[in-house]
Design a protein around this ligand. Structure first.
Ligand code: OFO
Length: 168
């Protein structure tokens, strides 16, 4: 069983992951407003991934005989975005989540909570991938510099994103 302090921090992370899901869902709606179905697909996939992240924390807390406490989820700050600003916000958010995971790691190590320390390993790797994905799309969007044909090609590419095995 984890300490109360660790349990509270893990519960807070459930909220962070659910907020992430909510923010990506808002981004999907915004992409629909921009008439970019591939972007909608990409953000919806990410929404599902974030729900799966929240689920990992939820299951882990219960598996260790802890208590889950669910707080309200904040309103995402997604308004009048451009394709580029949507991904810039996604990257900034992922960088924030990376810091949350590192803070959890620090706490697990300070508490000699080896099980939580190992559990968090998956998220450390996942954050490297998530930041790289958002950065990759930002690079492409900067390269085309608003060119409609380029945007069409990127949208086609984002339409091809499939759910990951690990989300199942
Ligand atoms: Fe985007 O990785 Fe979870 O929050």
């Amino acid at each position: 069983m984890q300490s109360k302090k660790m349990e509270e921090a893990l519960n807070k992370q459930i909220n962070e992951e659910l907020y992430s899901a909510y923010a990506y869902l808002a981004a999907a709606a915004e992409a629909d407003r921009l008439r970019l179905p591939g972007f909608v697909n990409w953000f919806k996939m990410q929404y599902h991934e974030e729900l799966a992240h929240a689920d990992r924390f939820f299951n882990f807390i219960l598996e260790r005989d802890g208590e889950v406490e669910l707080d309200p989820i904040g309103k995402p700050n997604i308004n009048n975005e451009t394709p580029l600003s949507l991904f810039e916000k996604a990257l900034a958010h992922e960088q924030h989540i990376t810091q949350c995971i590192f803070n959890l790691k620090d706490l697990a190590r300070a508490e000699k909570d080896y099980a939580t320390d190992v559990f968090l390993e998956w998220f450390v790797n996942e954050q490297v991938e998530e930041e790289a994905n958002a950065r990759g799309v930002i690079d492409q969007l900067k390269m085309i510099d608003g060119n409609p044909n380029g945007l069409y090609m990127i949208d086609r590419e984002l339409a091809a994103r499939q759910p990951e095995e690990s989300d199942a």
